[in-house]
Design a protein around this ligand. Sequence first.
Ligand SMILES: Nc1ncnc2c1ncn2[C@@H]1O[C@H](COP(=O)(O)OP(=O)(O)O)[C@@H](O)[C@H]1O
Ligand SMILES: [Mg+2]
Length: 243
Amino acid sequence: MARPVIERTPTGIPGLDELLGGGLPKGRTVTISGGPGTGKTTMGVQFLIKGIEAGENGLLVLMGEEARHVKENMLNFGWDLDRLQQEGKLTIIEFGPSKLSQTSISGLANLIRIASFGVKRIVIDSITTLEYQVKDPFERRLAIMYLFETLSGTGSTSLVVAEMSYASPLARKYEELEFLAHGNILLHVIPLREEHVLALQITKMRGIEHDRELHPYKITPQGIVVYPDQRVFYYPATYTPPA
Ligand SMILES: Nc1ncnc2c1ncn2[C@@H]1O[C@H](COP(=O)(O)OP(=O)(O)O)[C@@H](O)[C@H]1O
Ligand SMILES: [Mg+2]
C-alpha cells in the first residue's frame, strides 16, 4: 500500500527546505524558538514573502515589536511590506501593549479565524507575551491547544515565534509550546572558540523525515541562509570530546 504523503509548503529559506526534505508540512503549525537577535522575525517575514511570491497570501500578527519598525527593518532585505499590504497580499495585525493587556490567547485565535480568509501562511511573532498572561499551567495548555486548533482550521501553514531564554541547546528546558506544536525549529547562538555562530536545529517535525543536527545559518542582506552541508559541533564546557 502506498504511504500517504504529507504535502509540503516550501519555506523559501535557502537550505532550510533541504533539511526539511522539501518544506514544512502543509497546513500544520511549527514553532520557531530563539534568543534575541537570532533572526526569528526575519525568518517569519521571509516565509511570508516567499509565499506571496508563490501566490500565497500571508497574515503577520505582531506582538512585541511595532509594525513600523518591522517594516523599516525588513526593507533592508528588500522586502516592502507596505506595498504588499496595499496590494492585498499581506495582512498585518499589530498588538501594542494596551491591546495586549485586553486580549487573550483565545481572543487572538478568534481574530485570526476572521483575518485568515484567503490566507495560506500565518506568522505569529511572538506568542510569548500572551503565554505569560495565563498563569495556570492547565489553562495555558488548553489555550495554546485552542490556538493551534484554530490555526489548523484555517488550512494555513503557520509559524509561531517563541522567545527562548537559553542560548545553549543543552542548558534549556523544553517549552509547553514545543510539545503541542506539530514541529519545532530552534535558533541557537553557539559560542565556539573565537566566535559566536548562529545554528539552526529541527528538533521535531511530525509525520516527516527530517534532519536533526545543528547547522550554521547567517542573516545576510538577502535574508536568512542555512548551510545544510555544514554542521556545528557543540559540547558543554565540562565535556571533553574524545580525541
Ligand atoms: N541587513 C542585515 N544584514 C545582516 N544582518 C542583519 C541585517 N539586518 C539585521 N541583521 C541582524 O538580524 C538581527 C535581528 O533579526 P530579527 O529577525 O529581528 O531577530 P529576532 O526577531 O530573533 O530578535 C540583528 O540583531 C542583526 O544581527
Ligand atoms: Mg523579533
